[in-house]
Design a protein around this ligand. Sequence first.
Ligand SMILES: Nc1ncnc2c1ncn2[C@@H]1O[C@H](COP(=O)(O)OP(=O)(O)OP(=O)(O)O)[C@@H](O)[C@H]1O
Ligand SMILES: [Mg+2]
Length: 251
Amino acid sequence: MSNKILVTEDLTVNFDGFKALNQLNFSINVGELRVIIGPNGAGKTTFLDVITGKVKPTEGRITFKQHSNLRQLSEHQIAQLGIGRKFQTPRVYLNLTVRENLQLSCHRPKTVFSALLSPPSKAARQTVQGLLETIGLVLSADKPAQFLSHGEKQWLEIGMLVAQSPDLLLVDEPVAGLTDEETFQTGELLLSLAQSHSIIVIEHDMEFVRQIASHVTVLHQGSVLCEGSMESIQADPRVVEVYLGQTPEVA
Ligand SMILES: Nc1ncnc2c1ncn2[C@@H]1O[C@H](COP(=O)(O)OP(=O)(O)OP(=O)(O)O)[C@@H](O)[C@H]1O
Ligand SMILES: [Mg+2]
């Protein structure tokens, strides 16, 4: 039990009679990179909404590290415990440079202005430089974020999340709309981050899933349908059935 960073027990979310999550039991180990797949409407995004406190569960329990029930906590408090979430649309300051965006995330300032007016310490500059290298944007460091490609903006936002030192990173569809090359690089970035973080990635792109996943969870109708290696998932007749007509590549 002690090597689990996150455990959910019988997690149910009831939207006016519709169970977006239905007795969902899930766990992930410290340092693991887990990919969650599942047909549209399976409950994947709702699952992240519940973990982060955006949606409160109707029933069930979430344990994160030593915190045995996140239900009482606000979204902000849950983030402070060490859960960082990357939404599908990048949330970066378009008028600020890549470096300034990263500096802001490291500072966790009260206001944007106070962070930009006070010069960063040497340690903070080194942290930002390390992040720039990790996300592969050293050469774009002084470019305003509005001039980045969609993929580069995704990497910047991942860097901004990592700057806050979360223990668990939640990443929802990071490669939607990216080029093949950007998709591959995003996979490499997540694999490198997985060396020092626990990560849950939701994704539909099966080639990308194959690139990064050692362990896959399939969600269907708000519950776990099955779990295992990519090979075992693809060979599972239940997975073939729920995907039939949706993502033929999996079938
Ligand atoms: N706030 C809400 N109120 C009512 N129903 C909702 C709400 N949020 C989500 N749902 C429903 O819950 C179900 C699960 O939605 P969710 O967004 O979690 O699916 P998903 O697996 O992320 O799908 P996709 O692959 O399309 O992103 C869907 O049927 C959706 O319409
Ligand atoms: Mg979704």
